[in-house]
Design a protein around this ligand. Structure first.
Ligand SMILES: NC(=O)c1ccc[n+]([C@@H]2O[C@H](COP(=O)([O-])OP(=O)(O)OC[C@H]3O[C@@H](n4cnc5c(N)ncnc54)[C@H](OP(=O)(O)O)[C@@H]3O)[C@@H](O)[C@H]2O)c1
Length: 319
């Protein structure tokens, strides 16, 4: 892991949490604050392993990677103090919120966003919006979740995005590219959704979002072997011609093959591929296609000599 020097502008809840999380990984943290001598910053300096606390312009000058973790209303002033930030990476964790009459509201949306405003204010910086989507409580401890909390990253510069994704991953998030800076129009309302859950719906601040995929169910093969003792092969084939129409219609059935023994015409093996064992046993067997399927071949069931599910092994070759 490459160790970076990270200037964090703002040593409040988010800034100090991020500094305390990145410093033990070997990154050097410099805090940029408006009042560097004030003792309220001592704790942030300590928990980020002796981070320096300097003025905002000094911090911005001393790093190529800057985190903007100040209140939304102070963003224009803070960025102006920094100068252009040309060529630097700016990780914007802010949310364009207003707090009026005890109501929290998102002040941007639909056709612009706070992240786009930030990019306009420092057009030559590589701005990325991330770490805005959940409470700082989650940023400080991403362990203990059944699935990694997700954190999206939006920004334009593809060559720099991997560095940002890596820093976010190092915090323990499932870091995902959300596209260009315009995607902040989705990420900021998403933060608002989390905030509403924390403030109005009783979710404690450790709640995080996840972005998960259904686990792939394992395809399964069923083999049914017949030894005909009471029916002729022709009658059997005619019955299965009817029955197979219901396999054709069942979505759980991926295919089948009925083979007749070349040495003994009374022996058959039916191979049926199912989406999964539950798809067969719960989906097909309890669905509408099973009763007519069974009705067509029921009289042959006493002649079954084997009926089992088989799992694929790595040994397979189709030539
Ligand atoms: N809290 C969260 O869980 C959370 C989660 C995601 C994103 N965010 C966003 O992250 C940002 C920081 O949130 P926070 O919770 O860390 O806020 P916070 O604890 O209130 O800290 C705000 C920081 O902004 C600085 N600041 C305020 N006005 C300033 C000015 N005029 N000039 C320079 N610095 C100024 C403060 O500096 P002083 O110490 O000098 O006052 C402080 O360091 C906000 O934009 C918020 O929307 C917050």
């Amino acid at each position: 892991m490459e160790h970076k020097t990270i200037a964090i502008l703002g040593a409040g809840n988010v800034g100090s949490t991020l500094g305390a999380a990145w410093a033990p990984l070997g990154h050097t943290i410099i805090y940029g604050v408006r009042d560097p001598g004030h003792e309220r910053h001592n704790n942030a300096a300590q928990t980020a392993r002796g981070a320096r606390i300097v003025s905002i312009p000094d911090a911005a000058r001393q790093a190529d990677l800057i985190v903007l973790a100040v209140s939304w209303e102070s963003v224009p002033k803070v960025l102006q103090e920094c100068g252009g930030l040309d060529g630097k990476i700016l990780i914007d964790v802010t949310n364009p919120l207003s707090f009026e009459n005890d109501t929290i509201a998102l002040t941007k949306g639909f056709n612009t966003s706070g992240g786009e405003d930030v990019q306009r204010l420092v057009p030559k910086a590589h701005v990325f919006k991330t770490l805005n989507q959940v409470s700082f409580t989650v940023m400080g401890q991403t362990s203990g979740y059944p699935t990694k909390p997700v954190m999206f990253v939006a920004g334009n510069s593809a060559p720099h995005k991997s560095q940002v994704l890596s820093l976010v991953s190092q915090l323990g998030f499932d870091a995902r590219d959300a596209g260009p800076i315009e995607s902040c129009r989705f990420l900021e309302p998403y933060a608002m959704l989390a905030l509403e859950q924390y403030v109005k719906h009783g979710a404690d601040s450790s709640h995080a979002f996840t972005f998960t995929k259904r686990q792939q169910e394992e395809e399964i093969v069923e083999y049914i072997a017949y030894q005909l003792t009471q029916h002729t092969p022709d009658a059997f084939l005619a019955s299965y011609t009817t029955a197979c129409q219901f396999l054709d219609s069942a979505p759980q059935c991926l295919g089948y093959e009925l083979t007749q023994c070349a040495d003994d015409a009374n022996r058959f093996i039916l191979r049926i591929c199912w989406q999964s064992a539950p798809a067969h046993l719960e989906g097909f067997r309890k669905g509408p296609h099973f009763p007519p399927f069974l009705a067509a071949i029921k009289e042959y069931t006493p002649e079954i000599t084997q009926m089992c599910h088989y799992l694929p092994t790595p040994l397979v070759r189709v030539k």
